[in-house]
Design a protein around this ligand. Structure first.
Ligand code: ADP
Length: 267
């Protein structure tokens, strides 16, 4: 009986190893496919603005002498705008690699969330110039343990998206409240919202709902950076849509550290 059982066990192990080998091969093939899709996407995102810069700069070099002032300004604006886009893309890529390699270890310290919202809003001032803002953050929220630089970047990315996808003149709302042992913070806009099937995937690197949306040329990296940063700080982030009207809602939940309650108690 013992020998029979041992034989059966050996057979089972062999079968498991076979399955594991097949899985390993499938995973390796999938990783290869993803890597080359990533490279194609990165190359495209680098080449598109670069081509625009080269075109505008070349035209300026060859014809700027005989060109009306307005055309010259337009071409120079193209050079500046597309350079900014390249710069943003490269900064996003660096942020991504830092998270993935674990190099972005958050330095946690205690902060009031409304201070960080204020900094992010000041930084987004130009971007939000054509939108209205509504802030609803109670003054008595507890301090949170987070990395202020990373948290500000998360807020900035969400505000930047709200301004990018919601029409001019619409309102971008930021609100926060205590929800059990956590603070919930939402960035809400009045744009088109996000199609239901895309709600999960928009946090994937390089995922964009409208892939051909060149007007609001994005990198598809902003939200994956948000997710990476929020999770690195012990929080969660998810996307949803408004039910009262069209618009997207991004919800961040950050745990209230027990020390914060003590700090609050002392102040
Ligand atoms: P992108 O650089 O394309 O904005 P993100 O990672 O920030 O990249 O967002 C991924 C995609 O999610 C966007 O391309 C867009 O389709 C969708 N999205 C993000 N924020 C919003 C929003 N506030 N309203 C509607 N769609 C949004």
């Amino acid at each position: 009986l013992f020998d029979a059982l041992a034989d059966q066990a050996a057979l089972a192990i062999e079968r498991i190893q076979l399955v594991a080998d097949v899985d390993r091969a499938r995973l390796a093939a999938e990783a290869d496919r993803l890597r080359s899709a990533l490279l194609t996407s990165i190359s495209h995102d680098l080449k598109t603005p670069l081509a625009a810069i080269m075109g505008a700069a070349g035209t300026l070099r060859d014809y700027s002498g005989s060109m009306p002032e307005g055309d010259r300004t337009d071409l120079l604006s193209t050079v500046v705008d597309e350079s900014e886009r390249l710069n943003r893309f490269i900064a996003n890529l660096l942020d991504m690699t830092r998270i993935e390699s674990g190099a972005t270890a958050p330095t946690a310290s205690f902060h009031y969330i409304d201070d960080i919202v204020g900094t992010a809003l000041r930084r987004a001032g130009k971007i939000l110039a054509r939108h209205k803002t509504a802030i609803d953050i109670p003054a008595d929220l507890p301090m949170l343990k987070l990395d202020p630089v990373l948290f500000e970047q998360v807020l900035f990315n969400l505000i930047d998206n709200a301004a990018k996808y919601a029409p001019q003149g619409s309102t971008v709302m930021i609100r926060a409240w205590i929800d059990g042992g956590a603070v919930t913070l939402q960035v809400i806009d009045e744009g088109p919202g996000i199609p239901g099937g895309d709600l999960e995937r928009i946090f994937d690197s390089f995922y964009r709902v409208q892939k051909t949306d060149h007007v609001r040329a994005g990198t598809g990296l902003g939200l994956s950076i948000c997710k990476g940063f929020v999770e690195a700080m012990g929080g969660t982030i998810c996307a949803g849509n408004r039910t009262d009207r069209s618009g997207a809602i991004f919800t961040i939940s950050m745990p209230i550290p027990t020390e914060a309650r003590n700090v609050e108690g002392l102040t």
